[in-house]
Unconditional design. Structure first.
Length: 418
């Protein structure tokens, strides 16, 4: 019965074609358009000449309609010139989509990614759903460029994802849905039912899982996964979720969070902006990039900036490694005094200065500084280990360079597995 229903849905969907259906109730009200413009301007102005150009920003700019054409050109040129040999499959995929959205032909990158993915296998039998995010982007990019050759790779991806879906992750589910929707849509007419059934089944499973993550206020997962989850929902997936989705409620809550300043990290803007413009990564191959005249965005009246506070707060900071098999076990706590309004990174630096046991290392990523090592214990992708940051018992949903601790907050860095 379920199979039958699924089949009917897929026929309906196939007839609907690829056009993106957006309910009119789900666009940004014109009164809030300046707010959306302001985060786009913030994102574009974060771009500087760099050895690590961020392809996600270029994709978002091109889907939204770029304001700063110089920045658009800078990113395009840097991505064209960048050495792709050291990139992960996910980074390569974003680069390919970014260049395509800028009307460039990244032919060599596509064949490199194709080769990488032909040899792809999950890093271990219990890989963890998070490690499917990058390969999901790879399937999405390959599907847009070379659909038929992607089918067997996507089938392998779908099967191993299915075996690793628990515990679920909204961001990864959203990317996988976009990828498998693209692939499903490109199955040649008259091909075996095998692919259709496999992709349909996995899609149904993920779409239902995502719909269980919809909170009463419309947030899907957390505020930083909502943009990707909305893309999934805005694109015409061959399956319909069990639960109805009130797009307007999600939109209102997100606009409110933007107003609160929660979207200041450029990467967070790059991931929310397409949805606010009714676009998804499936629109990348259809971007019209005939040179536009430079449009000047309407911006909101500047809110007065809060002056930096003269007084200090105390943050209680614990570093904890109880992971068996890791030689050095420890659980130490320090009280640190920092200026009110400081980001967590300042707390870590202050702790390191007071006690060398708190020494730590970071690496630069698309989201900013990631803490890779504390007290000589380093994260390891092959073991799925990392340093998780918590406030009390709740994991933070921002990194150390963005999160602003409050007075007497207890922050823990816990070495754990995903
Ligand atoms: C996979 C993943 C991880 C993995 C990365 C390692 C791996 N093996 O892939 C692990 C588990 C380590 C991780 C950790 C954290 N993550 Co994370 N992560 C993701 C996820 C699902 C996909 C990233 C990815 O693969 N991108 C694709 C590749 C091609 O791009 P990339 O630039 O090369 O990806 C790298 C960076 O994204 C970096 N990274 C991953 N997470 C984070 C978080 C921060 C703050 C920084 C600076 C970098 C970073 O690791 C990736 C692989 O090297 C994203 C979801 C999303 N929407 O982007 C969340 C996401 C980026 N993570 C997030 C968070 C909050 C964290 C943590 C701070 C959680 C915590 N409470 O500790 C920690 C980082 C703490 C620290 N040590 O500094 C948030 C960031 C939101 C924000 N506004 O800052 C996201 C958006 C999830 C969400 N919806 O809340 N994460
Ligand atoms: C790229 O990788 C090679 C070998 O893996 C390494 O020697 C080189 O330093 C890396 N280049 C960059 C820019 O990271
Ligand atoms: C982007 O990719 C699609 C799919 O391969 C292709 O049809 C389109 O021409 C590309 N756009 C540009 C500008 O190269
Ligand atoms: C770590 O130490 C704190 C007190 O400093 C204690 O409350 C906590 O239970 C300890 N945790 C572990 C895992 O030992
Ligand atoms: C206040 O915080 C700063 C770091 O932000 C630190 O250098 C300074 O010592 C602190 N002052 C006091 C009185 O603790
Ligand atoms: C810290 O990590 C350990 C090891 O993975 C885990 O057992 C423990 O539950 C974690 N503590 C918190 C507060 O998440």
């Amino acid at each position: 019965m379920a199979w039958f229903a699924l089949h009917v849905l897929s026929i309906l969907w196939a007839m609907a074609g690829t056009s993106i259906q957006i309910q009119s109730s789900c666009s940004v009200p014109s009164a809030q358009q300046p707010l959306v413009n302001s985060i786009q301007v913030l994102m574009e102005s974060s771009v500087t000449s760099s050895d690590f150009p961020n392809p996600s920003i270029l994709i978002a700019m091109n889907l939204a309609g770029a304001y700063n054409l110089e920045v658009q050109k800078l990113l395009t040129d840097e991505l064209m010139a960048s050495d792709t040999n050291n990139l992960t499959a996910g980074q390569l995929a974003l680069t390919i989509m970014a260049l395509n959205s800028s009307c460039q032909d990244p032919e060599n990158d596509v064949s490199l990614l194709q080769k990488q993915m032909e040899n792809w296998a999950p890093s271990s039998s219990n890989a963890g759903v998070l490690s499917f995010y990058g390969p999901g982007l790879a399937i999405l990019a390959l599907c847009q460029k070379n659909p038929e050759a992607t089918l067997p790779i996507a089938a392998r991806f779908a099967k191993s994802l299915m075996a690793n879906l628990s515990p679920f992750n909204t961001d990864t589910g959203a990317i996988a849905t976009l990828a498998l929707t693209c692939v499903y849509n490109k199955i040649p007419a008259g091909s075996e039912e095998g692919y259709r059934n496999l992709f349909g089944q996995v899609l149904k499973y993920i779409v239902d899982d995502i719909s269980t993550r919809i909170e009463d206020n419309g947030i899907i997962g957390n505020i930083y996964s909502t943009g990707l989850a909305m893309q999934q929902a805005l694109s015409v997936t061959p399956v319909q979720p069990n639960k109805e989705w009130d797009c307007k409620k999600t939109m209102d809550t997100i606009l409110n969070e933007i107003q609160q300043g929660k979207f200041h990290n450029p990467m967070s803007i790059a991931q929310i902006l397409p949805s606010l413009k009714g676009k998804t990564y499936l629109d990348v191959p259809h971007v019209n990039c005939s040179p536009d005249h430079e449009v000047q965005p309407t911006l909101p009246n500047e809110p007065s900036t809060v002056p930096t506070s003269p007084y200090n707060i105390t943050v209680i900071y614990t570093i904890n490694n109880q992971l068996r098999g890791v030689e050095l076990l420890f659980n130490v706590t320090i009280d640190v005094s920092v200026k009110k309004g400081s980001v967590l990174l300042i707390v870590l630096e202050e702790a390191q200065r007071k006690n060398p046991m708190f020494k730590f290392e970071t690496t630069m990523t698309s989201w900013g500084l990631l803490v890779t090592s504390i007290n000589n214990i380093a994260e390891n992708v092959n073991h799925n280990t990392y340093w998780q940051f918590l406030s009390g018992k709740t994991p933070l949903n921002e990194g150390v360079a963005d999160y602003v601790p409050f007075n007497q907050e207890h922050i823990t860095a816990n070495f754990t597995q995903y």
